[in-house]
Design a protein around this ligand. Structure first.
Ligand code: NDP
Ligand code: HSE
Length: 437
C-alpha cells in the first residue's frame, strides 16, 4: 500500500514516526506493508529532526505527487481550503483513497470531496478532523446508523477549554489565561481560529452532517467565541453552581411549520457542575451524544497534538487500506435526510442575565415586564442588596435572572430592551445556560 503524505508538520511528522515504529503490526493488520512513496512539504530544506524516512521521498510539488499512478492512499496533513481541496479532488477523482485531518476544508466544502470520492470509487476518511484522537466520527457514521441521534453537545476545542478552565480555577481574566495558553504551547501565535470559535464551528458542521444525515457547512453554524467572557461571568457561573464552556451544540428540532430541522451553534455557555462536560478540564475534548435508542454516550480524550491526532489518521489509513485490498469501499456519504438548518433566532436556549440596576421600588416590575413583553418566562431571580458586594454603588443592586427555555431571538430582544431601561445601569453579563441548572 503506497502512501503520499501531504504535510510533515505537527501531525504529519508523527504519522511518519508511528508508521515506522508500528510498521510490522500495521502490515499484519492490513495484510500488506505500508510504504511512504512521497512526502510533500512547503520547505524541503526545513530541519525536521530525526525522521525515520528516506530524505529522497520529500517533494515540494504536492500536485505531482497526488497524480502519480503508483499512489494508493493520499494522507493530507496540511490544512486550509486551497490548494488542499484541489489536491484531494484530483486524488479522489483518480480513484485514490484519501485520509485527511483538514476540518476547515471538510466544513467549507466537504460535499465536493464526497462527490469526488463517489466519482472515483475510493474512500474519504477524516476521523482526525474532529476531537483529535477520540474515536467519534466512526461511531457516528457507522455504529449509530441503526439509531436516531437527537443531539450532539461537545467541547471540541482544546485551546479554549484550557483558557476557560484556567479562568475557572484561578479567577484570571481572558487575556491572562490566553497568555498562559500561549506560553504552554496550547494556543497558536495567532489564536483567532480557536478563541473566536471558527475551529469549533468547523467541527460542529462535520458532527452535524454525520449525526443528522444532512450536509451542514461552516456557514450554517452560529458562532460566538470566548473573547468576551470575563472573570465576572466565571464568578457568576460559580455562584450558580456552574462553569463556563465553549460548547458546540447540534440538535434536531421542529420548525413552526412542523418540519424537522437541525440547529448548529457554537458559543460559550454555563453548564451545571453536575453535567458530564463540566469536569472536562485543561485542553481535553469531550462529546456527549444523545440518541433515541442508545441513550446518552460520552466520548472523551485528547483533542489535539501530533501523536494523538496521528493515531486517528493511522486508524483511517488502516481502514482505507483494508478496503482497497478487499476491493471494496466504505459506505458513501449519508446526506439523504437533507434537513433544513434552522436560524439561531429559532434555537431554543436559556439565558443567564446579570444586571446592574437602581435599587428603588418598581425596578423589578419594570425588568420583569420586559421579559413578559417578549414572552420569555423567568425561572429564577437573585438580587444582591447594595453593600452586599454584588453591586458597585450604595444605590445599586445586582439582579441575576435565569430564564426558562425560549427562542434565542426573543431572549436577545429582551436583553436589547433591558439595555435601554432607565433603571438598568448596565447589563453586566449575558450567557446562555445549557443542561439543567
Ligand atoms: P503544521 O503547520 O504543523 O504543518 C503543516 C505542514 O503542511 C507542514 O509540513 C508544511 O510544510 C506543509 N505545507 C503547508 N503548506 C503547504 C503547501 N502549499 N504545499 C505543501 N506543503 C505545505 O500543521 P498541523 O500538522 O498542526 O496540522 C495539519 C492538519 O491537521 C490541519 O488541517 C489541522 O487543522 C489538522 N489538525 C491538527 C491538529 C493539531 O493538534 N495540530 C489536531 C487535529 C487536526 P513545511 O513543513 O515545509 O512548512
Ligand atoms: N486548535 C485546535 C484545538 C487543534 O485547540 O483544539 C485541534 O483541532
Amino acid at each position: 500500500m503506497r502512501l503520499a503524505l501531504l504535510g510533515c508538520g505537527t501531525v504529519g511528522s508523527e504519522v511518519v514516526r508511528l508508521l515506522h515504529s508500528q510498521s510490522a503490526d500495521l502490515a499484519a493488520r492490513i495484510g500488506a506493508p505500508l510504504e511512504i512513496a512521497g512526502i510533500a512539504v512547503r520547505r524541503i530544506g526545513r530541519d525536521r529532526g530525526e525522521l525515520p524516512v528516506d530524505p529522497a521521498v520529500f517533494t515540494a510539488d504536492p500536485f505531482d505527487l497526488v497524480k502519480r499512478d503508483d499512489i494508493d492512499v493520499v494522507v493530507e496533513c496540511v490544512g486550509g481550503i486551497e490548494p488542499a481541496r484541489s489536491w484531494l479532488v484530483e486524488a479522489l477523482r483518480a480513484g485514490k483513497s484519501v485520509v485527511t485531518a483538514n476540518k476547515a476544508l471538510l466544513a467549507e466544502d466537504g460535499g465536493t470531496l464526497h462527490d469526488a470520492a463517489a466519482q472515483g470509487g475510493g474512500d474519504l476518511y477524516y476521523e482526525a478532523a474532529v476531537a483529535g484522537a477520540i474515536p467519534l466520527l466512526r461511531p457516528l457514521r457507522e455504529s449509530l446508523h441503526g439509531d436516531r441521534v437527537t443531539q450532539v453537545t461537545g467541547i471540541v476545542n482544546g485551546t479554549t477549554n484550557f483558557i476557560l478552565s484556567a479562568m475557572d480555577t484561578t479567577g484570571a481574566g481572558f487575556a491572562e489565561a490566553l497568555a498562559e495558553a500561549t506560553d504552554l504551547g496550547y494556543a497558536e501565535a495567532d489564536p483567532t481560529a480557536d478563541v473566536e470559535g471558527f475551529d469549533a464551528a468547523a467541527k460542529a458542521a462535520i458532527l452535524a452532517s454525520l449525526a443528522f444525515h444532512t450536509r451542514v457547512g461552516a456557514a450554517d453554524v452560529h458562532r460566538e467565541g470566548i473573547t468576551e467572557v470575563t472573570a465576572a461571568d466565571v464568578a457568576s457561573a460559580k455562584a450558580m453552581g456552574c462553569t463556563i464552556k465553549l460548547l458546540c451544540i447540534a440538535a434536531r428540532g421542529i420548525a413552526a411549520d412542523g418540519r424537522e430541522t437541525v440547529s448548529v451553534r457554537v458559543h460559550p455557555a454555563m453548564i451545571p457542575l453536575t453535567h458530564p462536560l463540566a469536569s472536562v478540564g485543561d485542553a481535553f475534548n469531550a462529546v456527549f451524544v444523545e440518541a433515541e435508542a442508545a441513550g446518552q454516550l460520552m466520548f472523551y480524550g485528547p483533542g489535539a497534538g501530533g501523536a494523538p491526532t496521528a493515531s486517528a489518521v493511522l486508524g483511517d489509513v488502516v481502514a482505507v487500506s483494508r478496503n482497497r485490498l478487499a476491493g471494496v469501499r466504505a459506505a458513501s456519504e449519508s446526506a439523504y435526510a437533507d434537513l433544513p438548518v434552522r436560524p439561531m433566532g429559532e434555537a431554543l436556549t436559556r439565558y443567564h442575565i446579570s444586571l446592574d440596576v437602581t435599587d428603588r421600588p418598581g425596578v423589578l416590575a419594570a425588568v420583569a415586564g420586559v421579559f413578559a413583553q417578549h414572552d420569555v418566562s423567568i425561572a429564577t431571580v437573585r438580587q444582591g442588596a447594595a453593600g452586599s458586594g454584588m453591586a458597585g454603588r450604595d444605590e445599586d443592586a445586582d439582579l441575576v435572572i435565569v430564564t426558562h427555555v425560549a427562542p434565542d431571538a426573543a431572549l436577545a430582544a429582551t436583553v436589547q430592551e433591558l439595555r435601554g431601561l432607565d433603571a438598568v445601569r448596565s447589563v453586566a453579563s449575558v450567557l446562555r445556560v445549557e443542561g439543567s441548572a
